[in-house]
Design a protein around this ligand. Structure first.
Ligand code: NAP
Length: 503
């Protein structure tokens, strides 16, 4: 398992909100696999067999897919969606406009966003979140829930300290479509409604929608819950939040208004001008029939009327995007830049189709894309950035079954079919051995670690980081205190374990 950071668990460690520790339980599964690996052979081996964690190694920088190809039978691309989508509207680069990904990364201790500017939390009291998915609700809960509820979690101290000084009092969670297209789920909505620190405003429209009976059970429950309102009444609350519907973001405004959709380019001084508000174009349903308005895929159009919402801080929370890895082109792996996914069939990565020789459209449509032998995909880069952890698990099972079926059916893999491979007796070597990738017999490990000087973090070394984080947490009465600097992680990972004699 290759990972660019010295730590495993990806989005589970750096994307799941700190106050949702139960969601992180899936980490124990990987722990179990790794533990089994360690004791699996003779217990004396210092190198893992069966499963190997190759941390602090970035595929495409420290080792290429082409180099890896010779060392394995199959490679599963499960690198998630690490870019955030942009709105492409004026003012997006203003100081005060930030991505949900950056803020979530910051409060979760992701090294890349350790330097997110916490002074944005004290610029004013009004916040706009563009998008109404679960990430938006996570952000609203962290901003409004009160820092005391987070103290025992693994949220880094710097984030707790900054949030305790936050002046945010009002959060607008804004959607370009309507109530029936709300992208979040009931559980997350309920959590926000049950907070004792803030009130949900603007309940009246939901009373009206309560009467619509034609939507599924899950949506009906969500609407009923919204109509019931928050635990706190708005008049008594110091902090408030709302769901604002049918508003498409049009422009972020700075102290000096950006007239006529003025272009904000990378060289413009936008970053040094402060956000004061967001302009939205009011939308209406493309089809006003009730049947269509309650559909999840209902379309909206602009009305030419606008509404401004005051905000000193705005989050772009409209989903994530995956990018192609270096090497896809050479390997012929088809990456769909529109959806940000590896084109696949049940996890089998598909090859770029050659344009059919015939000019005949029908003949071209008939050409079935072939798989790239040995390459598979799972997770958000397989199906796009949607779904909760359970959906990602199901999706991984689907890919695993495909791999097993291909092996059983003697389909071609990276280095030939199963039968040929087993008959040849060649040891591909994986990370530690074999003659792969010109590594001179030492495999990829020798190539990456010795020839390229990369400080690789294996599972044992990660465990040292893990233990150090738990120890730092224990001292502060919290689950763990994450190390948020890669150099410090590497220093801890390589620290010799001190044995203290007894007696
Ligand atoms: P999401 O669920 O896809 O929601 C994206 C939101 O952004 C939608 O409201 C969408 O509206 C809006 N949007 C997209 N493009 C827009 C644009 N150009 N202008 C205005 N609005 C736009 O994405 P997410 O919140 O980032 O979550 C990603 C996935 O992670 C989801 O499956 C989510 O459930 C999951 N997640 C789960 C949890 C949890 O279980 N606690 C926590 C966080 C995330 P439209 O519908 O109109 O496109």
């Amino acid at each position: 398992m290759y990972e660019q950071l010295p730590t495993p668990f990806g989005l589970v460690r750096y994307g799941v909100a700190p106050d949702h520790p139960e969601v992180r339980h899936c980490e124990t599964k990987l722990d179990e696999v790794a533990a089994h690996t360690f004791s699996g052979r003779d217990g004396a081996s210092s190198e893992a067999v069966g499963f190997e964690f190759v941390g602090n190694v970035k595929v495409g920088r420290d080792v290429s897919l082409l180099e890896m190809r010779g060392a394995y039978d199959a490679i599963v691309l499960a690198y998630g969606a690490s870019q955030d989508r942009r709105l492409g509207i004026p003012g997006e680069n203003l100081s005060g406009v930030t991505s949900a990904r950056a803020f979530v990364g910051w409060y979760n201790g992701l090294p890349e966003f350790r330097t997110w500017d916490p002074s944005l939390l004290t610029r004013g009291n009004s916040v706009v979140i563009v998008g109404q998915g679960n990430v938006s609700l996570d952000i609203a809960r962290i901003l409004l829930g009160g820092v005391d509820a987070l103290r025992g979690t693994d949220m880094p101290e710097y984030a707790l300290e900054a949030l305790s000084r936050s002046t945010v009092r009002r959060v607008h969670i804004v959607g370009r479509r309507g109530l029936f297209q709300l992208a979040c789920t009931l559980k997350e909505l309920r959590e926000l409604l049950e907070l004792q620190t803030c009130a949900f405003t603007g309940m009246h429209p939901f009373e009206r929608w309560r009467k619509v009976a034609k939507v599924g059970r899950a949506r009906t429950r969500m609407h009923h819950r919204l109509a019931d309102g928050s635990a706190m009444v708005p008049t008594a609350a110091r902090k408030k939040w709302s769901l604002d519907f049918m508003l498409a973001p049009a422009c972020f405004n700075a102290r000096q208004r950006i007239e006529d959709g003025g272009q904000i380019g990378p060289d413009s001084p936008a970053e040094i001008r402060d956000l004061v508000g967001v302009d939205f174009e009011k939308t209406e349903f493309a089809n006003e029939e009730e049947e269509d308005r309650i559909r999840e895929d209902a379309r909206v159009v602009g009305t030419g009327n606008y509404r401004s919402i005051e905000a000193q801080l705005a989050f772009r929370s409209i989903g994530y995007n995956a990018e192609a890895l270096p090497g896809f082109e050479e390997l012929g792996i088809d990456f769909d830049t529109r959806t940000g996914t590896v084109k696949n069939f049940h996890g089998r990565a598909l090859a770029k189709t050659q344009p059919a020789e015939s000019d005949n459209e029908e003949a071209r449509a008939r050409s079935v894309p072939e798989a790239v032998p040995g390459f598979y995909t799972a997770g958000w880069c397989k199906r796009g950035p949607t779904g909760v952890i359970a959906s990602t698990m199901m999706d991984a099972f689907d890919t695993a079954e495909t791999i097993a079926a291909d092996w059983t059916k003697n389909q071609p893999f990276l280095n030939g079919k199963r039968k040929q491979r087993l008959d040849s007796g060649v040891d591909l070597g994986g990370w530690t051995g074999g003659a792969a990738a010109g590594g001179g017999g030492g495999g990829l490990k020798q190539l990456v670690q010795e020839q390229r000087g990369v400080q690789v973090v294996n599972w044992r070394r990660w465990k040292r980081i893990d233990e150090e984080e738990r120890e730092r947490g224990r001292r502060k009465g919290k689950a763990r205190e994450k190390i948020t600097d890669v150099a410090e992680m590497l220093e801890v990972a390589d620290r010799k374990v001190q044995f203290v004699g007894v007696g």
